[in-house]
Design a protein around this ligand. Structure first.
Ligand code: HDE
Length: 714
């Protein structure tokens, strides 16, 4: 427990923190230990060493007299320091920054005819699970709003053992063959000579690699879209990416792609907002998930499957084994078969989120792999990486990785073995009868689908893999105009950070094969005098694939403000009736509210009622909120108009196309922020009477007033 700091003002009688130790004096002198005891509650347990030995003094090392040398004999000091010195384990080579939570999967439609996987048999049955969300490129301490793919890895603790679905929030991937993964990641992460830039792809190495790998063009469109700057981990989709197999009790196989659709709809932030959020709250996503879980707003996703057979796979213009392609929902609808609900945060971040070890090869009977060359490579890589990260082969003994069913085998020993065979038998076959331990079960056990394979051993890819532009174009044309504009802006931003003109031009050349108008916009943004030549595609693109509405975020918005957050800028003397109407409207909508005030102690409204603030103006910029309301007294507006942070609060909300509610008294602040009455479009709501609060919250359901941004010159 951190000792409380001495308050600079007289402590109020309602203060619940314990008083600081009395008597003053230097805290490093012996004797303080006794006074610190006053800070503890009556029933605090006794501090012990790792050996369980009660500790008498945790403030002073054992030394020869107060000013003498430290003594080697101090086993408590040595043990404490030894353990601290070894607290770190290697961070993940990719997806280092992550956040996990526990929850469950509930089956809403049985798939027993399609798969024998136990988890998909009984409608209404719940299976516990652990999810870890992550960014890919940044190191463990990198900011949450980096432009990056988000990992969406799920460990299902099924009755037939652990099934790991290690997916992303984007349905396709950069590369087709696992052998290119180390190159992709090296190119994306910081350059080895300078160790920057970190957690971003806006640099030469990344775009050099991508522009030389046409297969990455489809994914490049996705990562330059708003998908890579999600507003919340709760508002993004999840995808298994690869084609897997379901196998039923008769041994029949059906291809399957896994989907997760957020119950609260999709939502992303604007790029300029992301940049500012990273400064204002680098932990924005984890804080959001933490607060949602702790306030009982359990995030939920629909779990769906796309099921298809060989006939579909053969007729589909692309190869279903190619992870750079998706199957449009219009071609194979997503059948919703369950729901995934997150219900609680971890008890300990390290023990659970850091030590959780996902492995793509963890599949249960009824689920099997296909020959997707990326998936097959992953099946090697994940097991391999856990050994390095967790230090030995027994990482499955760590509670977060242990299945919720008995583990019975003859594996033994190794570092930190917690689970070893009991009795004499540590091998099989053996002739020790009932004492001889577990045996294989050909009926219940996992059996691989007996796919017929033949052909030459070669380093080659199937012909259909060579189409790199058709689905990139389809994705681009499936976006709303504002999203298309964001894609062009993102390419322009990233390529403007690339110092080598030839790389910029090579990338724009690829974009010409996606959409000439996109290439033109990016070339214009980069100031290119002429459009570079497009490369010769390895396979002629199909240019008339129909747009797929499911690929747009804006088209799939929730049309409600539930789960979102309103930032309410207030001052002393704010209209009491409007304030309570806003509080009520937010609550009714299932949204959250934060009060931002001149000081964090809060304000007193026009009726003399005090309200606590969650943020001080200087620490609560509008980028942290989905919509804002400005409820000020005339004095409050005069005061805040002098503060650049208050002016930015309003002007940023305006620039980020947010809905803004305001009272008449707040107008001077709007004016000071450069928002003249003529600029007050339909994204503004005047708060005059209590009813306006509910009307405003309904308006906020559109999440952003994109028309405002559309009016800005390209
Ligand atoms: Fe991963 N990936 N990956 N990946 N991946 C890892 O495993 C790898 C790929 C994904 O929260 C590593 O435990 C290869 C696709 C997630 O702990 C490593 C290839 C998809 C996570 C690894 C891929 C993913 C990882 C690093 C190309 C989406 C975080 C640490 C063949 C379907 C899991 C670790 C977590 C993590 C290898 C491609 C998703 C090194 C070789 C495609 C969500 O094993």
């Amino acid at each position: 427990m951190a000792p409380p700091t001495r308050p600079s003002r007289p402590a109020s009688s309602s203060a619940s923190v314990p008083p600081p130790p009395s008597g003053g004096g230097c805290p490093f002198l012996h004797g303080l230990g006794g006074e610190l005891h006053q800070l503890a509650g009556e029933n605090n347990p006794v501090l012990t060493t790792q050996q369980g030995i009660p500790v008498g003094d945790d403030q002073n090392t054992l030394r020869l007299d107060a000013r003498g040398p430290a003594l080697l004999e101090d086993f408590h000091f040595r043990e404490k320091m030894f353990h601290f010195d070894h607290e770190r384990i290697p961070e993940r080579v990719v997806h280092a920054r992550g956040y996990g939570a526990h929850g469950f999967f509930e089956l809403t439609e049985s798939l027993s005819d399609i798969t024998k996987a136990d988890i998909f048999q009984r409608k209404g049955e719940k299976t516990p699970l652990f999810v870890r969300f992550s960014t890919v490129a940044g190191n463990k301490g990198s900011p949450d709003l980096a432009r990056d793919v988000r990992g969406f890895a799920i460990k299902f603790y099924t009755k037939e053992g652990n099934w790991d679905l290690v997916g992303n929030n984007i349905p396709v991937f950069f590369i087709q063959d696992a052998i290119k993964f180390p190159d992709l990641i090296h190119a994306a992460k910081e350059a080895p000579d300078r160790a920057f830039p970190q957690a971003q792809t806006a640099h030469d190495n990344f775009w050099d690699f991508i522009s030389l790998m046409p297969e990455a063009v489809h994914m490049a469109l996705w990562i330059m879209s708003d998908r890579t700057i999600p507003r919340s981990l709760r508002f993004m989709e999840g995808f298994g990416v690869h084609t897997f197999r379901f196998v039923n009790a008769e041994g029949h196989s059906t291809y399957v792609k896994f989907h997760l659709k957020p119950k609260l709809g999709l939502q992303s932030v604007a790029w300029n907002e992301a940049v500012k959020i990273n400064g204002a709250d680098p932990d924005f996503h984890r804080r959001d998930l933490w607060s949602a879980l702790n306030s009982g707003d359990f995030p939920e996703w629909e779990v769906g499957v796309q099921l298809f057979d060989d006939a579909f796979a053969d007729a589909f213009p692309f190869d279903v084994l190619d992870a750079t392609k998706l199957i449009p929902e219009e071609d194979v609808p997503v059948r919703i078969v369950g729901r995934l609900v997150l219900t609680r945060p971890v008890d300990n971040f390290f023990a659970e989120t850091e030590q959780v070890a996902f492995c793509t090869q963890n599949v249960v009977p009824g689920i099997d792999f296909t020959n997707d060359p990326l998936l097959q490579g992953r099946n090697f890589s994940y097991l391999d990486t856990q050994l390095k990260r967790l230090g030995g082969p027994n990482f499955t003994h760590i509670p977060i990785n242990a299945p919720h069913v008995p583990v019975q085998n003859f594996q033994q020993d190794g570092h930190m073995a917690m689970r070893n065979p009991k009795g004499r038998a540590n091998y099989e076959p053996n002739s020790w009868g009932a004492e001889g331990g577990p045996r294989e079960d050909p009926q219940r056990g996992h059996t691989s689908f007996p796919a017929q394979e033949s052909g030459e051993k070669r380093r080659a890819r199937p012909e259909k893999f060579a189409d790199h532009y058709s689905q990139a174009r389809q994705f681009y044309l499936s976006q709303t105009p504002i999203e298309q504009r964001h894609i062009a802006d993102a390419f322009t931003f990233e390529l403007s950070k690339v110092e080598t003109p030839a790389i910029r031009e090579r990338m724009v050349g690829h974009l010409r094969l996606v959409d000439e108008a996109l290439a033109d916009a990016v070339a214009g943004g980069l100031g290119l005098k002429a459009l570079p030549d497009a490369p010769k595609p390895a396979r002629a693109p199909i240019n008339d694939l129909p747009p797929s509405a499911a690929l747009s975020i804006v088209a799939n918005g929730p049309q409600r403000f539930e789960g979102r957050k309103l930032g309410l800028l207030v001052s002393d003397g704010a209209d009491a009736a409007l304030l309570s109407a806003l509080i009520e409207a937010v609550d009714k909508e299932g949204a959250q509210l934060e009060l931002i005030a001149p000081t964090v102690s809060g304000i007193t409204d026009s009726k003399g009622v005090s309200h606590k603030a969650q943020q001080r103006v200087e620490g609560g910029p509008s980028v942290l909120y989905d919509a804002v309301a400005v409820l000020l007294s005339a004095d409050g507006a005069a005061l805040l108009s002098q503060k650049p942070e208050a002016r930015d609060f309003v002007s940023d909300a305006f620039a980020h196309a947010k809905f803004i509610a305001f009272t008449k008294e707040a107008e001077p602040l709007l004016e000071a922020a450069g928002i003249k009455p003529a600029l007050q479009d339909n994204g503004f709501v005047r708060l005059e009477k209590a009813d306006d609060a509910a009307r405003f919250l309904k308006t906020c359901g559109a999440l952003r007033f994109w028309e405002r941004e559309a009016k800005k010159p390209a």
